[in-house]
Every structure is written in structure tokens, then in C-alpha cells.
Design a binder for this molecule. Structure first.
Ligand code: HEM
Ligand code: HEM
Length: 249
């Protein structure tokens, strides 16, 4: 190993030990046992108390964190809700196909964010146990369950064409989607909280507020579209029943 390389490895190791070892942000409490490390429930989250707040290399650099946060938020706060609003308001023939492809595209965006997230958790030393925090766990569960959605969506579509009404599969697809997407939005908030706690890539108050405002606005737009769409469906169904009654009276 070259001298320069050895020096880098040594400086990295000492930095990591300072941060993840006893008394460091991610390590056990310091020898005084005062519990001042952020990850043992101690409390202080100042970036100057030995966390990796000042060393962006530890999680692969700021670019990776920003790319992860931006892509995952884009998927759950903008794209998935947009695809859901679309299917409620659009009334042209292949709207279902457009919705399906659009949501799959949003899922691909999340897949990229997911890969970056997992990679970041692997960069931090094992003691940090980043993968064991609520934010990554919720993100992993969402990732796994999301695979069911396109399957339910397709079955719903073909059954709907056969029987002309919503089936078990339809309600599964509708309500699983209505559960997973808001959960993803909340998980973005947990990601911002995690970054605040670790001090690495700590978001500004403005960024946290902006995230909350955009997520809130998208949720309200989606709720409004769902109410409008469901009312339209009920009206259309009533008209159908009236026509049927008149024809067969
Ligand atoms: C990850 C992928 C997907 C997600 C997250 C998703 C999510 C959703 C959500 C949340 C709704 C309900 C919107 C609302 O009323 O609030 C919905 C409706 C619907 N989705 Fe998907 N979807 C996905 C993929 C697909 C695919 C692949 C298809 C079809 C091939 C599909 C077909 C439909 C249809 C036809 C509806 C309307 C159902 C009805 O009103 O009875 N979806 N989807
Ligand atoms: C719903 C899915 C997810 C969303 C919306 C999301 C969003 C975010 C956001 C907004 C941040 C803060 C970025 C910043 O401060 O610049 C973040 C940080 C992070 N996320 Fe995620 N994320 C998701 C899933 C995941 C998954 C699946 C993993 C890993 C398995 C993960 C690992 C991380 C890590 C390690 C951080 C950095 C924490 C730190 O700075 O110490 N995330 N995420």
C-alpha cells in the first residue's frame, strides 16, 4: 500500500473511531456514562460533538444523500400522488394504462432512491446501525409491499372488464395505494429527522417546512380528486340504474 493510501486509511479509521467509538455520536456512552451520544438515546445532536456531520465522505458524499432524498421525495410526494389524482379525474379510454405506466415509472424512481439509501446505510460502520432506524425500515417495507400494487392493478383491470364493477382486487389496489403513498410521505419526514439527528446533511428549517408544505398540498389535491372522482362514479351508477329500471319497467 502506498504511503499516501495508508495515511488516508489511518485518518479515516481514526475519524470513524472518534465518531463511532465510545463517547462518539454513534458509539456507546462515553466513559463518564453521561449518555451524550446521539444514538444511545443520549440527546445532544450538535454537529460538533463527534458525529459525522462535518465529514460527508462517511455516507458517500453529499451528492448521494441529496440524490436519495430528492428522488425518494419526488416519487412519494409528487409522482405517486399525481398518478393517483390522474386516474380519479381522467375519463379517456386508455387512462388506466397511462396510470399504470406512470406509477411504474414512479416506482422506478423510488428504486433508484432505495438503492442509494441502502448503499448509504452500508457506508456507516456497523455500530451506527443506520439500517435499524425507523426511516430505513419503513422504506424497506414500502419497497417490498409496492411490488404487489402493479399485480393488483392489472388483476383489477381485467376483472373489471369481465364483471363491470369493482372486485376484491380493486379495493385491495385502491386502499393499499392510499395507505402506502401517505406512509412514504411520512417516511420522508422521518428521513429529514434522521439527518437532523445524525448531523450529516442536516436539513435547514426552511427545507423541512418546504417538504411539509408540498406534501400537505399534494395530499389535499389528491383527497379532493378522490372525492370528486368517487362522486362522479356514484352519479354515473345511479343514472345506469335509472335507465335499467325504465327499460325493464
Ligand atoms: C406501483 C404501482 C401503482 C400504484 C402505487 C398505484 C396506486 C393507485 C392508487 C392510489 C389508486 C387510487 C386513487 C384514488 O382513488 O385515491 C389507483 C387506482 C387505479 N389503478 Fe393503480 N397504482 C399502481 C399501478 C397500477 C397498474 C400497473 C395498473 C393497471 C395496469 C393500475 C390500475 C389502476 C386502476 C384501473 C385504478 C382505478 C380503480 C378504480 O377506480 O376502481 N394501477 N392506483
Ligand atoms: C419512502 C421512502 C423514502 C423517502 C421518502 C426518503 C427520504 C429521505 C430524505 C428526505 C432524507 C434526508 C435527506 C437530506 O437531509 O438531505 C433521507 C435520508 C436518509 N435516508 Fe431515506 N428515504 C426513503 C427510504 C429510505 C430507505 C429505504 C433507506 C435505506 C434502506 C434510506 C436511508 C436513508 C439514510 C441512510 C439517510 C441519511 C441519514 C443521515 O443523514 O444520517 N431511506 N431519506
Amino acid at each position: 500500500m502506498s504511503v499516501a493510501r495508508s495515511a488516508f486509511v489511518l485518518s479515516f479509521a481514526s475519524r470513524a473511531l472518534g465518531q463511532y467509538g465510545p463517547g462518539g455520536r454513534y458509539g456507546p456512552a462515553d466513559s463518564n456514562g453521561d449518555g451524550s451520544s446521539a444514538f444511545n438515546g443520549g440527546g445532544s445532536s450538535s454537529p460538533n460533538n463527534g458525529g459525522f456531520g462535518s465529514d460527508s465522505r462517511l455516507l458517500g458524499g453529499n451528492t448521494v444523500l441529496i440524490a436519495h432524498g430528492v428522488l425518494a421525495s419526488l416519487a412519494f410526494v409528487i409522482l405517486f400522488p399525481m398518478g393517483s389524482i390522474f386516474i380519479r379525474l381522467a375519463s379517456f379510454k386508455s387512462a388506466w394504462l397511462f396510470h399504470g405506466l406512470f406509477q411504474i415509472f414512479a416506482f422506478l424512481v423510488y428504486m433508484a432512491a432505495f438503492a442509494l439509501g441502502v448503499w448509504m446505510t452500508q457506508q456507516a460502520p456497523a455500530q451506527a446501525n443506520l439500517i435499524g432506524r425507523y426511516h430505513p425500515i419503513v422504506g424497506i417495507v414500502l419497497f417490498a409491499v409496492l411490488f404487489i400494487q402493479p399485480v393488483l392493478g392489472l388483476i383489477h383491470h381485467f376483472r373489471y372488464k369481465q364483471v363491470g364493477r369493482r372486485t376484491f382486487w380493486s379495493y385491495g389496489h385502491l386502499w393499499l395505494g392510499r395507505l402506502l403513498i401517505p406512509l412514504g410521505m411520512i417516511n420522508g419526514g422521518l428521513g429529514l429527522l434522521l439527518a437532523t439527528e445524525t448531523g450529516y446533511g442536516r436539513p435547514t428549517t426552511g427545507q423541512v417546512i418546504a417538504y411539509g408544505v408540498v406534501a400537505g398540498i399534494m395530499s389535499l389535491l389528491w383527497l379532493a380528486a378522490t372525492i370528486i372522482g368517487e362522486r362522479r362514479r356514484t352519479k354515473a351508477h345511479k343514472v345506469q340504474v335509472e335507465v335499467y329500471k325504465r327499460q325493464y319497467a
